[in-house]
Design a protein around this ligand. Structure first.
Ligand SMILES: Nc1ncnc2c1ncn2[C@@H]1O[C@H](COP(=O)(O)OP(=O)(O)OP(=O)(O)O)[C@@H](O)[C@H]1O
Ligand SMILES: [Mg+2]
Length: 504
């Protein structure tokens, strides 16, 4: 490599109180490459990229753009320098259209006052077409599928002139087809001479799409490798300092002779306009069984979870838990029957961002013993519980008294998973339980789910990750258009067949 790097970050150190998020980290990006950054939850990946995008200032270290020292004090300056970032948690405004979101802060004006929507629409449509994005620019962001929101975020960065695009775990929330679409788009960007930085936990993806890979560990950059010179085993060893443990503990065969734990019969839910969101769902989960739900996002998965957990009332049909009806009971009543829910969107449903880590860990049981006596919160009990759980789940936090928003994305997810699984559940509704987790943490959660099953709990597992579904589930049901299109045994199917059923 004789060319000077496009970006060189040298000796970057970033402290948050006692936490050393980046410890003399180095990173260099070549022009026109796709560069992946991998590492455990809390390794400092997002922090390093937020520094490049001007969201944080480093305590020490320098950044060079084409060999020239730059100071990136704010995202505004980063954008001026041609650096764009799509963050781990989206920043679009849900009530505005995609178009409005994309042009925000750079509105083309006609006569200096009116927003020239037509011009913006034309140039953004051209950009989207060039990249092969299918996106309704006039739709409100809240009504777009996650893949569409992602496209809008990318278009926003490019429209604002990004030559270097940083994507922080863009595939964590995407369906497999959407991932392929995104990678095509990244190759398109590369062909146009743009450079891409991609943070991800999925080493398979890294090996498909990246030219270069930087591995981070505990705030340091420990290696930078060409894809052609490494493999998944080496990368995971560099990431966690040891070989990942593999092989889940032995499986027990569920006993389906008695009545099911969870039973749904002909459950229907209609949208306000009469369209069936759930269209006659029949589904059983037996004690000691993991039932997986496969499907392309938006085919009724979230509605299914909502009617079981009481967040929405079904229009007709039967829902029973151990033979007692739970149809249309309140979420609190259903929770008291020890039905727990690992929500897909942890920022909306899972955590309270400004509350402390320990408070988030007891959310939902904060008004019950041992955390509450005579109506008073027992801080000590909460603290003890938090300490234990943090150790067991290896949650990396600067302290249990810090607001949870200071945790890395994966560590926030671990808090939600730990809280729900430690509450002695009977039935676990797990939506994308390992989204954003590193390989070790994901395997740990998988083992927890299998252990729960072996203790005769029932588990309904909704996931976009077919490998996860096939390796954990006793049976996999495919949901399409609000209907269950078939129930399969993992030993008798594969990802290709599942994929076909998912598309109807
Ligand atoms: N604003 C903040 N305040 C305090 N601590 C922070 C803040 N942002 C990050 N940290 C801490 O810095 C460390 C690195 O976090 P970072 O978000 O960079 O990790 P990451 O590699 O992106 O992890 P993940 O894979 O879980 O997203 C973590 O220990 C985190 O708790
Ligand atoms: Mg992160």
């Amino acid at each position: 490599m004789t060319n000077p790097p496009l970006i060189k970050m040298h000796g970057i150190t970033k402290r948050f109180g006692k936490v050393l998020a980046n410890d003399r980290a180095n990173f260099s990006l070549q022009h026109g490459e796709i560069h992946a950054i991998v590492g455990e939850n809390g390794a400092g990946k997002s922090t390093l990229m937020k520094i490049l995008y001007g969201l944080y200032q480093p305590n020490d270290g320098e950044i060079y753009l084409r060999d020239e020292l730059v100071r990136i004090d704010s995202p505004r300056i980063a954008i001026k320098l041609g650096i764009g970032m799509v963050q781990q948690h989206f920043t679009l405004i849900p009530a505005l259209t995609a178009l409005k979101n994309i042009v925000l802060a750079k509105e083309p004006h006609r006569f200096k006052t009116l927003l020239d929507t037509a011009t913006a629409h034309r140039s953004i449509t051209a950009l989207a077409e060039q990249l092969g994005f299918h996106l309704d620019l006039n739709a409100k962001v809240e009504s777009l599928p996650i893949g569409g929101q992602q496209y809008a975020e990318i278009l926003k960065a490019l429209y604002h002139g990004a030559e270097i695009l940083i994507l922080d775990e863009p595939t964590a929330v995407l369906a497999p087809q959407e991932v392929t679409g995104l990678f095509d788009c990244l190759h398109g960007l590369k062909a146009e001479g743009k450079s891409v930085i991609l943070i991800t936990h999925k080493l398979g993806e890294v090996m498909t799409v990246a030219d270069t890979i930087t591995v981070m560990r505990r705030g340091k950059s420990v290696a930078s490798l060409r894809r052609s010179e490494t493999d998944i085993a080496e990368l995971s060893e560099l990431m966690i300092g040891k070989k990942p443990f593999n092989g889940l503990k032995t499986q027990k065969v569920p006993d389906r002779s008695g009545p099911p734990m969870l039973h749904l019969e002909d459950v229907t839910l209609r949208a306000k306009n009469g369209r069936a969101l759930l269209d006659g769902i029949d589904l059983d989960v037996f004690a000691g069984e993991i039932v997986g739900i496969a499907g392309v996002e938006g085919n009724g998965q979230s509605e299914l979870i909502e009617v079981i957990t009481g967040l929405q009332k079904s229009d007709s049909g039967t829902i029973t838990l151990n033979d007692a009806s739970i149809a249309n009971r309140s979420p609190a009543e259903i929770r008291r029957k020890r039905v727990v829910h690992l929500p897909a969107d942890r920022h909306r449903h899972g955590i309270s961002l400004n509350d402390r880590v320990d408070e988030n860990l007891i959310l939902g049981s904060h008004n019950q013993p041992p955390f509450c006596r005579h109506g008073l919160l027992r801080r000590k009990a909460a603290h003890q519980f938090a300490d234990d759980v943090i150790e067991k789940y290896e949650i990396r936090a600067g302290g249990v008294n810090l607001p949870i928003r200071t945790l890395s994305g994966g560590n926030q997810q671990k808090v939600v998973v730990a809280r729900e699984l430690e509450s002695d559940p009977e039935l676990i509704i797990a939506a994308h339980p390992t989204r954003g987790l590193d390989i070790n943490a994901a395997q740990f959660v998988h083992q927890q789910l299998i252990d729960a099953r072996n203790r005769s709990k029932g588990i309904l597992l909704i996931s976009a990750d077919l490998e996860e579904l096939l390796s954990l589930s006793d049976r996999v049901a495919v949901i399409y258009n609000g209907r269950i299109g078939g129930v399969l045994r993992p030993s008798e199917t594969d990802e290709t067949q599942l994929g076909a059923l998912m598309l109807g």
